[in-house]
Design a protein around this ligand. Structure first.
Ligand code: SAH
Length: 246
C-alpha cells in the first residue's frame, strides 16, 4: 500500500507563518518527502467587501475585534472535505496525546487560527468544529497553537521518527510521565548515572524506569495520577512485558 499524505490545511490571517519551524528537522524532511503536506490559506481571501474586512467590533461593546462568522465560514466551506475541523481557542478542550494520536491516524486536519478577541460564536453553532486549546494561557493568535497540533501529529506519522523510537514510551502515552534520561559522561559535576542503568540488566532497568515513571507522575503530576487508576497501571515496561508474553 502506498502511504497516503497526511494533510494539514490552515486557515489563518498569516499564511507566511507556515510551515514555520515544521519546515526544519524531522518534520521538514517528512514534508519534503511528501509524508505530510501543509497548505496555509488566507481567511482574508474570502472577505466579500472591497476592503477585505475579516473582523468587526464586538456586539455589546468592549475592546478588540471579533472574526466574522460569515467570512470564516466561507474560507472553511472552500476547503472542507471530511477531515476533522479544529479551531484553536483557549475555550476549547485541552489537547491530549490521545487526540493527537487519533488525528495522526486520520487523513489530516483543517485548522482554524483565531486572532484578536477570537471568533464570532455562531461559527461553532453552524459548522462542525472541534474547539481545541493548547493550555491555560492566552496567545496572540492561533498560529503557534496550530503548529503545536501539527508538530505533535507529524512526529507520529509512519516513518517520520524512523526506527529510533515509535513514540510509545513517551510521557503521556500511558497516562504517566516518562522516566528521566541520562547519557555520557558517566559522572558529571559529582553526579553519577544511576547504577542500574549501567548494569546491562534489561529487566532491572525496565523495573527501575517503570517505578520512576510512577513515582514522578505521583509527585509532579498528581492530576494525571488521579485519573490513571491503580488497576490500569500500564507503564512502557508493562507494555513490553505483555508484548513479550504474547
Ligand atoms: N478573547 C479570547 C482570547 C483570544 S486570543 C479569550 O479570552 O478566550 C486570540 C486567538 O489566539 C484565539 O482566537 C485563538 O485562536 C488563539 N489562542 C490563544 N490562546 C490559545 C490557547 N491557549 N490555545 C489555543 N489557541 C489559543
Amino acid at each position: 500500500m502506498t502511504p497516503t499524505t497526511w494533510r494539514a490545511t490552515i486557515l489563518t490571517l498569516y499564511p507566511a507563518m507556515f510551515p514555520g519551524h515544521l519546515g526544519d528537522s524531522i518534520a521538514g524532511r517528512a514534508l519534503a518527502a511528501g509524508t505530510w503536506a501543509c497548505d496555509a490559506i488566507n481567511i482574508r481571501d474570502f472577505a466579500a467587501d472591497r476592503h477585505r474586512t475579516v473582523d468587526d467590533t464586538p456586539a455589546g461593546g468592549g475592546p478588540g475585534m471579533v472574526l466574522r462568522a460569515d467570512v470564516v465560514a466561507a474560507s472553511l466551506d472552500a476547503v472542507a472535505d471530511g477531515r476533522p475541523v479544529l479551531a484553536m481557542t483557549p475555550r476549547g478542550k485541552p489537547l491530549s496525546q490521545a487526540r493527537v494520536r487519533e488525528l495522526a491516524q486520520g487523513p489530516g486536519a483543517i485548522i482554524l487560527c483565531g486572532r484578536f478577541e477570537g471568533f464570532d460564536e455562531r461559527i461553532f453553532q453552524r459548522r462542525a468544529i472541534e474547539e481545541v486549546s493548547i493550555g491555560d494561557y492566552i496567545l496572540s493568535g492561533g498560529e503557534v497553537a496550530a503548529l503545536v497540533v501539527m508538530d505533535a501529529c507529524v512526529r507520529l506519522l509512519p516513518g517520520v521518527m524512523g526506527a529510533a523510537s515509535s513514540g510509545d514510551d513517551e510521557s503521556h502515552e500511558h497516562g504517566l510521565i516518562e522516566h528521566p534520561h541520562y547519557t555520557r559522561p558517566p559522572e558529571w559535576e559529582g553526579l553519577a548515572i544511576p547504577e542500574v542503568l549501567r548494569s546491562g540488566d534489561h529487566a532491572r532497568i525496565a523495573d527501575w524506569r517503570r517505578a520512576r515513571s510512577i513515582a514522578d507522575t505521583r509527585l509532579r503530576r498528581p492530576d494525571l495520577w488521579d485519573h490513571h487508576g491503580d488497576d490500569q497501571v500500564q507503564s512502557p515496561s508493562d507494555v513490553r512485558q505483555k508484548k513479550k508474553e504474547e
